[in-house]
Design a protein around this ligand. Structure first.
Ligand code: IVH
Length: 667
């Protein structure tokens, strides 16, 4: 096997294995035996060993998590997972210090740690191997999320050194700011709701059913407590330092303190310094270092007496709510936004705050003219966290949420599973129209850089563009009379629109703005379905065969192409000359099929129809759609066309299945 052959075979094998994983884990409906499956994996391993450059990070031979559709199993904690008492002031801390001294006397030591803002996790290691990862749950029992946790890169699957045969280690899983920003950006591009803060994003991620998705979300972890019978040291600090040597991620910022004054200094330092950390912290945890003293102090029903959390104050300000605006996004989602009397908060002037949805307004009972408390927590945009009702006058009224689109007047809809209202008037509502065009021209889509948001709005206002297809009908003469468009820029616009006709098909598919179909999803689809026609014709079942496509995305694709308006737009884009199919891979492998015509019909276990056609071409063969006397082979899969088979029979054309086809190539 030469390099090109190995490349093609390994790519095909990966797809085949992934598909069988899906059948096995997600559909719980395996198509082949375990033995046959193992053979496929072995074959891939052999190729990857021979040509290491062909090994990809997402190869099924690597650790990427699996697709087990596990409703999580509940596990009882060996040691209950308690919470911590909270304090908010120096005097609370002094009280805590006094309580400790009463029990232990003066001879003790504190350990201060940052309080990471994420989701707590308990990991069990047996003989140095990660056995189990369980969430806090209700403290008594939690969810077994081992498959997901195994994908977090800094959690060791195996540890090294002199560790106890069995122990638990607990800590916090969190999403660093960078991962959070990237995730929300992707979600916006795919028309999904953003996560409000990294903590929610972490919680959502840990509960995903598909661990290969978790692997992509960039979670991180710090561990902060070691539990078990034969721990190396009789104090918390040294145990953590030891755990660090075994390979666990332990924070650098742990500090021993001799007095409560030193504790307060630590808190004051980190209250400022935390703003520069690449992840969220919401306080400091103060623990008694010595294990025997911890035992002496013991527990209340809910929390240990030997530890306490000091919560940082989120920066807050109080100001007047002037009005509430409603923004309409490209997908029609409605977001209420509060207009505030400008106020200073965490170094910036705040004039607007997000309100998320109707439910939040109702829960807080927010009314116009209220004095509201705004807070800048983990979120980038400040939020309203409460109302100071003492300022209310007698004539304030409950806020009535809108029922109709503020832009086009259409009655709003709200699906049960969604928190937000939507304007269904996709093709007639201004921000949805311009938003879709903006998305279409954006850098990762068609990259039409002669156009900007303002120009799009101007063109729409002048009734020159109402959808993405209209862009391709624009003429320079239509642009010139518009204010702000000079001869040169009109030329640029027309030229960059013209250039976009060369953009690859996967960009076009992303650009047309099918909800939930982001850049990566578009790419995955095009790997399998090579033209817009194939995508339009694919049914739910076929779409679900595609890597990373679940029911929600499949339905969204079907819904998009089910709309006559969208079909028209696609047709006009096609007529304008946009790329509506993927470029053929022309890597020649052999001339084995030279002069032979093939007809491919039905579905196959190991290939998509397009893969088969690609392989035929790579071996010099030609694909034709109808069986005739000049057809060499009809490759018939499951549910292949009966008329094709009958015709082939009549014309004595050889009918083969995919195994016979494999034999042909390998001959
Ligand atoms: S020690 C007995 N240390 O804060 C509880 N907790 O309510 C021992 N947390 O659920 C917890 N950073 O998820 C501890 N350095 C740290 C922590 C920490 C964050 C979380 C943890 C716990 C909650 C306390």
């Amino acid at each position: 096997m030469n390099f090109t052959e190995a490349k093609i075979r390994s790519e095909n094998l990966r797809k085949i294995i992934e598909r069988h994983n899906h059948s096995y884990y997600v559909d719980a409906n395996p198509v082949i035996s375990d033995f046959e499956y193992d053979l496929l994996v072995k074959e891939l391993e052999t190729i990857e060993k021979k040509f290491p450059e062909l090994q990809t990070a997402d190869s099924p031979t690597q650790r990427t998590g699996n697709d087990i559709n596990n409703e999580f199993v509940q596990i009882k904690h060996k040691y209950p997972m308690l919470s911590l008492g909270n304090t908010y002031s120096e005097s609370d801390l002094n009280d805590f210090d006094q309580r400790i001294k009463k029990v232990t006397g003066d001879d003790f030591e504190y350990v201060c740690e940052l309080k990471f803002d994420g989701i707590s996790i308990s990991l069990t290691y047996i003989n140095g191997i990660l056995q189990q990862a369980v969430t806090r749950g209700d403290g008594e029992k939690g969810d077994d999320v081992t498959a997901n946790i195994r994908t977090i890169r800094n959690i060791p699957l195996k540890i090294y050194g002199d560790y106890p045969a069995e122990f638990e280690i607990r800590g916090e899983i969190f999403m660093p700011h960078l991962s959070f920003a990237r995730l929300n950006k992707e979600r916006t591009e795919e028309g999904e709701m953003q996560f409000a803060n990294p903590r929610n994003a972490t919680a959502g991620t840990i509960k995903l059913q598909n661990s290969s998705q978790v692997a992509k979300r960039g979670l991180d972890c710090f561990l902060y407590s070691l539990l078990g019978e034969n721990l190396p040291h009789a104090n918390h600090y040294d145990n953590l330092q030891e755990a660090k040597k075994w390979g666990f991620p332990i924070s650098q910022n742990i500090q021993k303190c001799q007095t409560i004054k030193q504790v307060i200094d630590y808190i004051n330092y980190w209250d400022e310094a935390r703003k520069k950390l690449p992840y969220d912290t919401d306080g400091v945890v103060i623990k008694i270092n010595n294990t025997a003293q911890q035992e002496e102090l013991g527990f209340t029903a809910k929390s240990p007496r030997w530890a306490i959390a000091y919560k940082f104050k989120a920066e807050q300000a109080i100001t007047k709510l002037l009005s509430i605006d409603f923004q309409v996004g490209r997908t029609g989602a409605i977001t209420p936004v509060a207009n505030l009397q400008p106020v200073q908060l965490a170094g910036t002037t705040v004039k607007r705050a997000s309100l998320h949805n109707q439910e939040q307004i109702n829960i807080l009972d927010i009314r116009i003219d209220d004095m509201v408390i705004v807070e800048k927590g983990g979120e980038i945009i400040p939020k309203i966290v409460g109302v100071d009702k003492s300022h209310r006058t007698g004539n304030s009224k409950e806020f009535e949420y809108i029922t109709h689109c503020p832009e086009c007047g259409t009655k709003l809809e709200r699906e049960e599973s969604e928190a937000k209202h939507f304007c269904p008037n996709e093709n007639g509502c201004r921000p949805q129209i311009t938003g879709k065009i903006e998305h279409f021209i954006s850098r990762k889509a068609m990259a039409i850089d002669g156009l900007g948001i303002e120009t799009i709005e101007l063109l729409h206002k002048n009734n020159l563009i109402n959808n993405v297809a209209d862009l391709y009908d624009l003429k320079k003469e239509q642009l010139l009379p518009l204010e702000r468009i000079a001869d040169k820029s009109a030329e640029n616009i027309i030229k960059s629109i013209e250039d976009s006709k060369n953009a690859e098909f996967q960009r076009v598919l992303f650009a047309i703005g099918i909800r939930f179909v982001g850049e990566t999803t578009a790419k995955k689809i095009v790997e399998k379905l090579r033209s817009i026609d194939e995508i339009m014709m694919a049914n739910q079942e076929e779409l679900l065969q595609i890597d990373e496509i679940g029911e929600r995305i499949a339905q969204s694709i079907i819904k998009y192409f089910g709309s006559q308006k969208n079909q028209e737009i696609v047709q006009r884009l096609r007529n304008a000359g946009l790329q509506m199919e993927a470029k053929k891979t022309t890597d020649k492998i052999s001339d084995k099929f030279k002069g032979l015509n093939f007809v491919v019909s039905g579905t196959f276990a190991s290939y998509s129809r397009d893969e088969l056609k690609q392989i035929i071409e790579q071996h010099g063969g030609k694909n034709v759609s109808a069986v005739s006397a000049s057809t060499a082979y009809l490759i018939a899969g499951e549910k292949s066309g009966q008329t094709k088979i009958e015709k082939a029979d009549k014309l004595k054309v050889k009918i083969i299945d995919e195994n016979q086809f494999n034999e042909l190539i390998n001959k």
